[in-house]
Design a protein around this ligand. Structure first.
Ligand SMILES: Cc1cc2nc3c(=O)[nH]c(=O)nc-3n(C[C@H](O)[C@H](O)[C@H](O)COP(=O)(O)OP(=O)(O)OC[C@H]3O[C@@H](n4cnc5c(N)ncnc54)[C@H](O)[C@@H]3O)c2cc1C
Length: 414
């Protein structure tokens, strides 16, 4: 056994935010972790996250924040309490990147970018004795031997401890392919099937509608549906019409419940209130006003019914029905959208399913493989977009690294 802590061989496999946070905690404590990754550079998904505005966390009250993780909230509690939304903001600020709260309560670095932050983070890690071994694709382990596919062929290493931070299986070209599921399953570990989370849903639009409105946001609408357990949900927000169906924040918020409903019934119907700030009776009254010589479109336009909302009506109502004020008002308030299926995991923002918590102890160490820890999106939890993902994966990286240090200390190896 090494006599000084910097000589401990600690591997972190996966250079995403979960693995990098583990490396930060270990290197700050004087260890010299080695970070392995299959890709030529670190944090590719983190960089991608920055392309749409790097949403680090959310500013809502912590009691609400921690409920965003559905059934996993109890298991994730230690990670989230030990790395709160305030802590992730402090972390960014310590790296030199001030954060701000956007109008929706989401928290971003001032420039909303990931690249400068990642660059600084990696520089600091390297300066503190973290080494990086890129293009090392982890193949498996047998007893104490860990195998990697490298540009020089297969290489084997042995370590005193390993933290696996291999991610989920969305956007696989960025590195997380889910190939680890087979390796860990073959070791007798329990894995919940990987599924898409924060993904779009398929709707058959007419060719005309698709051509005209694909890529168009539907703003200021309320989405409602009944979930697989019979609970009713309704939320105001924005979604995006795409060529294949719908996506966007209002859909992602409910993607878990909608996925479960589609799995239960093979399709599901959700409803949009296209005028959430006008009652059905008010709409009906406005639609019943005499329109004189105006065309129906021009008359509707005066009432604020035009563009994508008017075209949605034309998707489901025939020419005569469109003149029926009561029916139009009713349809505008409860517009049905039939979700036929959900998009594949490759296209999803994140992954549901993964390594089940019952494989792990309170330090996120595998019960059957001492000194092997698992963190991040590879574990069996999910959350909506809104900064919940990054906060939780980094919190788990911190929890496992601190747990590892505790185990080493308790063994008297310091
Ligand atoms: C388009 C997009 C936008 C997003 N925006 C946000 C956002 O704004 N806010 C937010 O909170 N979250 C966002 N996310 C989600 C967030 O990026 C992920 O939840 C987070 O990166 C997961 O971190 P991780 O470290 O667990 O896994 P990853 O970041 O996926 O890292 C896993 C690493 O493991 C490596 N790896 C996998 N298998 C092997 C192997 N066998 N051998 C060696 N290396 C391997 C991969 O190459 C990868 O580098 C976004 C995701 C996407 C796709």
């Amino acid at each position: 056994m090494p006599t000084d802590i910097a000589s401990f061989k600690i591997a972190i496999i996966g250079a995403g935010p979960a693995g990098l946070m583990a490396a930060q905690v270990l290197s700050n404590a004087g260890y010299a972790p080695m970070v392995f990754d299959a890709k030529p550079s670190a944090g590719r998904k983190f960089l991608q996250a920055g392309r749409g505005g790097l949403n680090l966390t959310h500013s809502e009250d912590f009691s609400i924040f921690s409920r965003r993780y559905f059934e996993a909230q109890t298991f994730l509690k230690p990670a989230l309490e030990n790395f709160t939304p305030t802590d992730i903001r402090l972390w960014a600020e310590e790296l030199g990147f001030e954060t701000f709260v956007g109008s929706s309560g989401k928290v971003y670095p001032l420039d909303k970018k990931a690249a400068p932050l990642l660059r600084t983070w990696l520089q600091q890690l390297k300066a503190k004795n973290t080494t990086f071994k890129m293009k090392h694709h982890w193949l498996g382990f047998s007893k104490d031997i860990w195998q990697f596919q490298t540009p020089n062929g297969e290489e084997s290493y042995s370590f005193n401890a390993v933290i696996l931070a291999l991610g989920g299986a969305s956007w696989p070209h960025l590195g997380s392919t889910g190939s680890w599921t087979k390796i860990l399953e073959n070791k007798g570990l329990h894995i919940a099937p990987l599924k898409p989370a924060n993904m779009g849903f398929t709707i058959t639009w007419s060719t005309l509608f698709k051509e005209k409105f694909s890529g168009t946001p539907l703003k200021n609408v309320a989405l409602s549906f009944t979930d697989a357990k019979g609970n009713y949900h309704s939320k105001l927000g924005e979604l995006l019409v795409s060529a294949y169906g719908v996506e966007g924040s209002l859909i992602y918020t409910h993607s878990k419940l909608l996925r479960e409903k589609v799995e239960q019934e093979s399709f599901t119907t959700i409803y949009l209130d296209l005028f959430p700030h006008r009652s059905e009776s008010k709409l009906e009254q406005q639609l019943s006003l005499p329109r004189g010589k105006k065309s129906l479109s021009a008359f509707w336009k005066r009432l604020g019914l035009s563009g994508i909302k008017a075209s949605l009506l034309r998707e489901i109502l025939g020419t005569e029905a469109l003149k029926d004020s009561a029916l139009v008002a009713k349809t505008l308030k409860k517009f049905p959208l039939v979700l036929e299926s959900y998009r594949p995991i490759e296209d999803a923002i994140s992954t549901a399913g993964g390594l089940k918590f019952n494989n792990l102890n309170e330090n996120l160490m595998l019960k059957n493989f001492p000194m092997v820890f698992c963190v991040g999106e590879m574990l069996d939890w999910e959350a909506p977009t809104g900064g919940y993902l990054l906060t939780a994966v980094m919190g788990q990286g911190k929890q496992a690294a601190e747990g590892l240090i505790k185990v080493l200390q308790s063994k008297g190896k310091r």
